[in-house]
Design a protein. Structure first.
Length: 276
C-alpha cells in the first residue's frame, strides 16, 4: 500500500469534514499550529494544496525550533529588538490609517485640464519607443468567399455598422479585434499576422485595408491611424499613465497635508513639547 504522508492525510480529513476550531496540524512544545492559519494562506486556485500544506507545516516547525534556540541566547527584552518591534508596529498602524484615509476621504477625481497640462509640461517624457496604431483585425479561413463584403464592413464607423461587423465576425471569424478607437502597439498586431509581413508598409497610409494569406488563413487589417516610434506619444495613449502619476502625486500631497495639520493641532494644544 502506498504511504500517505501525515500532513496530506490531515488535509484530506479536514477538507472532507467541517473544520473544527482549535484543530491542530502540528505543534512544537507548547506552541500549536491551527489549521485555519494555513488555510488563510492558501492562494485561490492552488492546485496542489496538499504539497502547500506539507511545506507550510515544515517551514513553520523549522521556524519554531530556530526561534526556540535563538531565544536561549537573545532575550526578547533586548532594547534593540524592543525598539525595532515598536518602530515596525508604528509603521504598520500608520500605513493602515493612511490607507483608510485614501479609501474613504481622498478625492481621486482629476480634471481634463490637469491631465492635459501635465502632458504638455512633461511632453519630453512621452516619446514613443514603439510604433502604435489604431486598427481592426479580422482573421478568417483562407477559403472565405465574402472578401469584398468584409472589407466594406471593416471600414465602417457608425455604431450600427460596428454591431453588424461584430455579428459578421461571430459567424465567420475565430480571431478578431474591432476596437479601432484605442491605440495598440504594432508589435502586438504583428504577433497575430504571418511572419513575412513587412511592418513598414502597415504604417505608411491611414484608413487603409491590408490583406494577407498563409496556408490556412486570410487576414484583414484596417489601419485607421498610426504614430511612429520616436514621435510624441498621443495624449489618449498616455491617459492612464498620467492619471496614475497625478493621483499618486495627489495622494502624497494629501497625506502630507493631514500630517502637517495633525502636527500643528498638537502644537497649538500644548501636547507637544520640544526640549532644547
Amino acid at each position: 500500500m502506498r504511504f500517505i504522508p501525515f500532513f496530506i492525510l490531515s488535509l484530506f480529513i479536514l477538507s472532507c469534514s467541517s473544520e473544527k476550531e482549535g484543530e491542530y496540524l502540528a505543534s512544537y512544545k507548547d506552541v500549536n499550529l491551527n489549521s485555519s492559519e494555513i488555510y488563510s494562506q492558501i492562494i485561490p486556485g492552488t492546485i496542489d494544496t496538499s504539497s502547500f500544506v506539507d511545506l507550510f507545516v515544515i517551514n513553520w516547525l523549522k521556524q519554531q525550533v530556530l526561534f526556540d534556540k535563538a531565544s536561549i541566547y537573545i532575550s526578547d527584552t533586548d532594547q534593540e529588538i524592543q525598539q525595532k518591534v515598536q518602530d515596525f508596529k508604528e509603521t504598520i498602524i500608520i500605513h493602515k490609517y493612511q490607507n483608510e484615509l485614501i479609501n474613504n476621504e481622498f478625492d481621486t477625481s482629476l480634471t481634463e485640464k490637469e491631465i492635459s497640462d501635465y502632458y504638455e509640461k512633461f511632453s519630453k517624457d512621452f516619446i514613443l519607443n514603439q510604433h502604435i496604431l489604431k486598427c481592426k483585425l479580422i482573421i478568417v479561413k483562407k477559403d472565405f468567399q465574402n472578401n469584398k463584403e468584409l472589407e466594406k464592413k471593416i471600414i465602417s464607423q457608425t455604431s450600427s455598422q460596428i454591431d453588424e461587423l461584430l455579428n459578421y465576425c461571430q459567424l465567420y471569424s475565430n480571431i478578431y479585434y474591432l476596437n479601432d478607437s484605442n491605440w495598440v502597439y504594432l508589435s502586438e498586431i504583428l504577433q497575430k499576422l504571418p511572419t513575412n509581413i513587412d511592418s513598414k508598409k502597415l504604417i505608411r497610409y491611414k484608413n487603409k485595408i491590408h490583406s494577407f494569406t498563409d496556408e490556412e488563413l486570410r487576414y484583414f487589417l484596417f489601419v485607421k491611424d498610426f504614430e511612429i516610434k520616436g514621435k510624441k506619444s498621443p495624449l489618449s495613449f498616455e491617459l492612464s499613465k498620467i492619471r496614475n502619476l497625478l493621483q499618486n502625486k495627489k495622494k502624497i500631497q494629501y497625506l502630507e497635508k493631514i500630517e502637517d495639520e495633525l502636527y500643528r493641532n498638537a502644537l497649538s494644544s500644548g501636547k507637544i513639547k520640544i526640549y532644547k
